[in-house]
Design a protein around this ligand. Sequence first.
Ligand code: AMP
Length: 216
Amino acid sequence: MNAVVMGPPGAGKGTQVKMLADGYGFLHLSPGALLRQAVKEGSDLGAQAKAYMEDGQLVPDALVIELLRSRLAETEGSRGVVLDGFPRTLGQAEALGEMLAQRRQNLDIVINMELPEAEAVRRLTGRRVCRQCGTNYHLVSKPPASEGRCDSCGGPLYQRSDDSEETARARLAVYRRETEPLVEFYASRGVLRSISGQGGVADVRARLERALGLGR
Ligand code: AMP
């Protein structure tokens, strides 16, 4: 199964897709995580992407599409791919269709996680991330057992620079302008399923698994 999970920043895509990948053996592809890694390593790609990411803007299609193309090539033999944060533009959606067609594969389902803007801002500004393993926490709704430390691996938690309120709002505006049109794009192709991203992690997980037809 090849799936896309879309939704505004803060909808919980990363948290949910990581659980799906761990639980069912899907490959989790997140350009945001790959780009943050590239920035950390100081690679060419990281240097080109850094300023866009800090401003909450999209990295140009050409860069992100090439990044995805090289990663998809490594997916041979997995149970399928779940994309988190790609595509974010119509150009990326078309490129994804072509990449899958070249591999004689389809995009089976697109999950649209819906979340009101005020809740997205609350989640983004309270988010903390493990620098070592990438697990997400929230200061209020999912605090770590020991302050500033990851429950899973003990790594240090940090706040993403693009999770400040100003940048969070900029990212939400970009989402509405560039990414929301994909809802219509995929609905017209008959692959879209919308679910609510409200509530706790377990509630959303149950909705997501139901939408994907995965039993527990
Ligand atoms: P995310 O972790 O998905 O919130 O992504 C963090 C940042 O990485 C975004 O604000 C963009 O600057 C960049 N980014 C991630 N995915 C994409 C994409 N599909 N297209 C362009 N830029 C992206």
